[in-house]
Design a protein around this ligand. Structure first.
Ligand SMILES: Cc1ncc(COP(=O)(O)O)c(C=O)c1O
Length: 433
C-alpha cells in the first residue's frame, strides 16, 4: 500500500486499522470469511480498468482478448465445481443474482413462494422495503413451531394455494440441512420453477457436505464470499432448457424464444447490470479453482466439526439453540432465555473481541433491531486455523459473557478479551501484508 499511504494517507490508515481489527479479534459473523492473498491480488488488479459489456466473444467494447479468457475460465471452473449446465459469473453480488433469477422467468408482480424472512430468509426473498417485495408478490412458508425446521406440509399447502411461478429455497439464518428434493417434488406438483439460493452453504455444497441443489433446481444463485471463501460477489447456475415456458404469451414472445440459460444471461445484461466487474470475476475464477482442491474439502469438514464443538458446549451450558443444534456452519442462539436481547448480546461479545450479529429467531416476539437471538458461524475462524481445542476456548468465553453476571464487569470483560486476543495471535492473518 506504499502509493496509497503517500497519496491518500487517510484511506490508507483506515484500511490498516481494519486489517488490525480483522487480525486481532475472533470473526464469527456467519456470512464472512478471509480470502487468500491470491484472491486479494486479483481483486486489486488492473482488470478494474476494463469495460466489457456483453459476454465472452460478444462484447460491446474492443480490447477484450484477455478479459474473455478470464471470464471463460471463471465460467468453466464454476461449472466444473458444481457440475452445472450453465453459469453466469457477472452478478455483482448475491442480491443481483437473485434479482436476475426473478427477472429471467417472472413478469412483474408474479407470485413467488419463499422462506419467511422472520424465520431466516433473506432481504431479497421478498422484504417489503426491498426491490423483491416491491416488484413481486412474495408469499412465504416457515419452520414448524416445535422442531424449528422447515415445515414441508406448509410449503405444499402454500404452493397449492398460491400457485407460485417460483418456489424459492435457501436462507440466511437456517442452521439445518435443506432437502431440495422435497422442494422439487412440490414444485413439480404445482408447475413452479425451483430456485435455490445457496449463498450461505455454497462451500459445503461444492464439497459434497450438504445436499446438492444443482441437479434438482432450475436456477441456483449464490454469493461467493461466505463458506465458498471468494471475493464479495455472486453467480447464477441454471439448466439450459426452460422446462416450463412454452411461449404463447405475446408480451413475453421475445423471451419465450430463449432457453433458460439465455434468459438468465440477458436478465443480468442488458436487463439489470452494465459492465461486469472483471477484476472480481478474475478473483472468482481463483476462488473456484481453490474450491476444487482437496484442501478445500478438508477446510469445509473442519467448519462443520468446529460448529459441532460450539453446539455441544452451548448445549452443556444450557443455552437454547434454535432447532436444537446445527448441521452446517452456523448456529442461532436464543439469548432471550438468558435475560438478554440480541443487541445486548452482540454488544457484550463485541466488547470481548468476538464479532457476531443479532438475529431474529422463528416466532420471535421482539423487534428486528433488538431480536431474541444471535447468529454465529465458524467459516472465518476455521480459515484462521482454529480447531476443536481453540473452539472450546471461544465457546467458554461466549458462555461466560452471555451467562455469568460477574463476567459483565469491566475487569472480567478485559480478562476475557485478553484471552481472545492471545488466542488469535497464534493464528496470524495475512502476515505478508
Ligand atoms: C441467502 C442470501 N442470499 C443473498 C444474499 C445477498 O448477498 P449480497 O450481500 O452479496 O448482495 C445473502 C447475504 O447475506 C444471503 O444470505
Amino acid at each position: 500500500m506504499k502509493n496509497l499511504q503517500t497519496n491518500d494517507p487517510q484511506i490508507a490508515e483506515l484500511i490498516q486499522k481494519e486489517l488490525n481489527r480483522q487480525r486481532t479479534g475472533a470473526e464469527m459473523i456467519a456470512s464472512e470469511n478471509f480470502v487468500s492473498t491470491s484472491i486479494l491480488e486479483a481483486t486489486g488488479s488492473i482488470l478494474t480498468n476494463k469495460y466489457a459489456e456483453g459476454y465472452p466473444n460478444k462484447r460491446y467494447y474492443g480490447g477484450n482478448e484477455f478479459i474473455d479468457q478470464i471470464e471463460t475460465l471463471a465460467i468453466e471452473r464454476v461449472k466444473k465445481l458444481f457440475k452445472a449446465e450453465h453459469a453466469n459469473v457477472q452478478a455483482h453480488a448475491g442480491s443481483q443474482a437473485n434479482a436476475a433469477a426473478y427477472f429471467a422467468v417472472c413478469e412483474l408482480h408474479d407470485t413467488i413462494l419463499g422462506f419467511s424472512l422472520a424465520h431466516g430468509g433473506h432481504l431479497t426473498h421478498g422484504h417489503p422495503v426491498n426491490f423483491s417485495g416491491k416488484s413481486y408478490n412474495f408469499v412465504s412458508y416457515g419452520v414448524n413451531k416445535d422442531t424449528e425446521m422447515i415445515d414441508f406440509d406448509e410449503v405444499e399447502k402454500q404452493a397449492k394455494l398460491h400457485k407460485p411461478k417460483i418456489i424459492l429455497a435457501g436462507a440466511s439464518a437456517y442452521p439445518r440441512q435443506i432437502d431440495f428434493q422435497k422442494f422439487k417434488d412440490i414444485a413439480d406438483q404445482v408447475g413452479a420453477y425451483l430456485m435455490v439460493d445457496m449463498a450461505h452453504i455454497a462451500g459445503l455444497v461444492a464439497t459434497g457436505l450438504h445436499p446438492d441443489p444443482v441437479p434438482v433446481a432450475d436456477i441456483v444463485t449464490s454469493t461467493t464470499h461466505k463458506t465458498l471463501r471468494g471475493p464479495r460477489s455472486g453467480f447464477i447456475l441454471s439448466k439450459i432448457e426452460d422446462r416450463l415456458d412454452k411461449g404463447g404469451n405475446p408480451s413475453t414472445e421475445l423471451r419465450a424464444r430463449k432457453n433458460l440459460a439465455q434468459k438468465i444471461d440477458s436478465a443480468i445484461f442488458p436487463g439489470l447490470q452494465g459492465g461486469p466487474l472483471e477484476h472480481v470475476i478474475a478473483a472468482k475464477a481463483v476462488a473456484f479453482q481453490e474450491a476444487l482442491s482437496p484442501e478445500f474439502k478438508a477446510y469445509q469438514k473442519q467448519i462443520l466439526t468446529n460448529a459441532k464443538v460450539l453446539e455441544n458446549k452451548f448445549k452443556a451450558a444450557g443455552i437454547r439453540l434454535v432447532s436444537g443444534g446445527t448441521d452446517n456452519h452456523l448456529l442461532l442462539l436464543d439469548v432471550s432465555l438468558l435475560g438478554l436481547g440480541g443487541q445486548e448480546a452482540e454488544t457484550l461479545l463485541d466488547q470481548v473481541a468476538i464479532f457476531t450479529n443479532k438475529n431474529m429467531i422463528p416466532y420471535d416476539t421482539r423487534k428486528p433491531m433488538d431480536p431474541s437471538g444471535i447468529r454465529l458461524g465458524t467459516a472465518a475462524l476455521t480459515t484462521r486455523g482454529l480447531k476443536e481445542a481453540e473452539m472450546e476456548i471461544i465457546a467458554e468465553v461466549i458462555i461466560d459473557t452471555l451467562i455469568s453476571r460477574q463476567a459483565r464487569d469491566k475487569k472480567a470483560k478485559a480478562e476475557n478479551k485478553e484471552k481472545v486476543l492471545a488466542l488469535m495471535q497464534n493464528f496470524p492473518l495475512y502476515p505478508e501484508l
